[in-house]
Structures are given as structure tokens and as C-alpha cells.
Write a protein that binds this ligand. Sequence first.
Ligand code: ATP
Ligand code: MG
Length: 210
Amino acid sequence: MNSSQSEKDKNGQFEKDLRLGIMGGVFDPIHIGHLFTAEEARIKFNLHKVIFVPSLQPIHKRNDQITDIKHRLKMTYLATEDNPYFEVSKIEINRPGPSYTIDTVREFRKIYGWQTNIFFITGADAFLEIDTWYKKDELIKLCQFVAATRPGYDLDKLNDNFKKVLKIMEIPALAISSTDIRYRVKNNLNIKYIVLEEVRDYIYKNKLYV
Ligand code: ATP
Ligand code: MG
């Protein structure tokens, strides 16, 4: 039985009070900051599962600056496969054009039903940019936002509208970023323990970020 089936009731319908976490990201590469944030949100908000959604074409990054989706997707699978509550979705990969969060949330609502409680999980840096997100006012009505604290980003700066819808999750300071990991690989510096072993092996085997 896969995990989607286990969330269905005896009539084959998804539970009405399904609590779904969505963790969007570029995952170039996925690191322990992402994994810890997702697991913490799952526990804290009693989520049935967290779905990792690698973006095909992030709005805020140029296409030639990011690694091919096949590598980012594979690393996301490798990093999440040992957690039965984690899933990976290709929803943004299968949809051509820029990856808008609103479209992703709408698609998940279609799949899981309109009553599903969707928790969109971000880091503080990503939520601080919410003012620039496509159809943000509609988006904040469709899901709850969880923002994990991240060193260097102050959520107090948010305007009250956004503060109201946000659940802030204090996590131990993890000044880990994919940018830093890419820099470390390029400069032959250590990345052990900030990415999972499987991801580290994959990066070296495929000569990523060199
Ligand atoms: P990059 O440096 O390339 O921007 P990143 O480390 O920020 O990479 P993303 O894939 O851009 O990773 O982030 C996906 C989501 O994970 C975002 O919501 C981001 O805020 C969050 N996130 C990333 N790293 C952390 C961290 N160390 N602590 C908390 N949240 C994080
Ligand atoms: Mg980022």
C-alpha cells in the first residue's frame, strides 16, 4: 500500500481533515536545512506527510544558473526515501513554464480534495519575498504558511497581512544553503554532514558543481 492509499478512508476518499505539507524548492542540491525543516513542520503541525516539490523553472533564478532537473530530482528522491512521511512530486516538472506556487497548490487541492489543509513550508527568506509572489492574495487564502527561522532573515519586517497568516517555526540556526554547498564543491571543501551521504556521493559521481 502506498502512502496515498493509506490516507484514504474505506470508501476510497481522501480523509477530510488531511493535513498536507508542501515543501517547494530548487533543491540544487537538497541539504539538511530542507530536511530538518520539513520533518520539524510535520511533527509540529501533525501533518500526514510532506511532499517535496522541486521547481522546474524558479521565478527568481535564471535557467542557465541551475542544475538540470533530472539531477535535482534524483537527489531529492535520494534524500527523502528513508522517511515514510516524505514524498516527492513532479507536479511542477510536468507543467511547462515558470513554477508558480498558486498553480501547484491548486493542483494538490484537485488531487486531494478541496477540504485538505495545505501547509506550505518555506524558510524565512522565501516568505519574506511573498509580496512578489504571483497571486499572493489568493494564495494566502488557499493554504497556511509555515516559515522556518533562518539566520540573517527577520520575519518582523513582514507587513501585518502576511504576519496574520504565517506560522513561525523556530528551528535551531542552520546557516546552510545550497549556494554555500555549490561553492564548497567547486573549491574542494568539505560537505560531509550538511548533505546526506547519498547526495554527496551523487554530486561527486556526476561531477556536479565543479
Ligand atoms: P540557494 O542558496 O540556491 O537559494 P537554498 O538553500 O535557499 O538554495 P532552496 O531550494 O532555494 O534552498 O530553498 C527551498 C526552501 O527551503 C525555501 O523555502 C528556503 O527558504 C528553505 N530553506 C533552505 N535552506 C534552509 C535552512 N537552512 N533553514 C530553513 N529553511 C531553509
Ligand atoms: Mg534559496
